[in-house]
Design a protein around this ligand. Structure first.
Ligand SMILES: Cc1cc2nc3c(=O)[nH]c(=O)nc-3n(C[C@H](O)[C@H](O)[C@H](O)COP(=O)(O)OP(=O)(O)OC[C@H]3O[C@@H](n4cnc5c(N)ncnc54)[C@H](O)[C@@H]3O)c2cc1C
Length: 225
């Protein structure tokens, strides 16, 4: 059996390694072959971007060599897939190669597309990519006080990130001695402050305690002050 894993992020790596361990004897007997195709030879630890946004980690610290994370029996190639031929059980890659499979795993991740909301890129900061986290840190470093609005849509990448960033902003401004000059307001689109009920129940009194204002059932729209 030929198993093809497309994408070498957390999802693809965990799955491919798990399969390689569980099917070790089949792989040794050449009954199973696992191939991974990815777009990069590096693996980024995305949760670390939160620390980059506050200058607590350098971007370089988030990267590992992808091949070093894989079981040695996994055949790894940096060659992104450009075409999926699902009816023919094959993919075509950027280099022009064709890979046939019996089982396909797609783990190509997701990315935010702020460019779809006019003004969002110019008027806001995010921490969902290396470039945006570095940009956010530069902006925060220059910030001397004012209003900070945390605005989230659902679904959002990383369940806990909106709450985490709110506490991190509070701690950051406190450490810089400017917390009393900053008004932090958190906005969430459903009728409580987090999708996970227990998180919402826990976080609400914590927000009250640290002086974070919140508004729920609140969807971002342009022209909002
Ligand atoms: C700031 C932040 C904090 C987070 N905190 C948490 C947390 O606390 N807990 C938690 O569970 N999750 C957290 N997450 C989410 C978690 O990091 C992601 O859900 C996870 O990394 C996604 O893994 P993935 O494999 O699906 O995608 P990715 O890691 O994005 O990997 C996608 C892979 O696919 C490859 N690829 C893309 N296109 C192609 C192609 N055409 N062909 C071949 N390969 C391709 C890429 O090179 C990459 O290797 C956080 C995320 C962020 C940004």
């Amino acid at each position: 059996m030929r198993i093809l894993v497309v994408g070498g992020g957390c999802g693809g790596t965990i799955l491919a390694n798990n399969l390689a361990r569980r099917l070790a004897s089949e792989i040794r007997n050449r009954k199973v072959r696992i191939t991974m195709l990815s777009a990069s030879d590096k693996h980024m630890y995305q949760p670390g971007l939160l620390y980059v946004a506050f200058g607590q980690m350098m971007p370089d610290e988030l990267y590992r060599d992808q091949e070093s994370l894989l079981e040695p029996c996994i055949d790894f190639h940096v060659d992104p897939v450009e075409e999926f031929y699902l009816d023919q059980n094959k993919v075509k890659t950027k280099s022009g190669k064709t890979h046939e499979y019996d089982t396909l795993v797609t783990a190509t991740g997701s990315r935010i597309v702020p460019e779809e909301v006019p003004g969002l890129i110019e008027g806001s900061e995010t921490f969902y990519s290396e470039a945006s986290a570095v940009k956010m840190f530069k902006r925060l470093r220059e910030f001397e006080g004012g209003k900070v609005a945390i605005v989230v849509g659902v679904p959002h990448k990383c369940p806990i990130a909106p709450v985490e960033i709110t506490f991190a902003l509070h701690d950051y401004f406190k450490a810089r001695g400017i917390r009393d000059k900053v008004h932090i307001k958190y906005h969430y689109p459903i009728g409580r402050i987090h999708t996970i009920e227990n998180v919402a129940i826990w976080a609400k009194p914590e927000f009250d305690r640290i002086g974070v204002e919140y508004e729920t059932l609140c969807t971002p729209s342009m022209g909002m002050n």
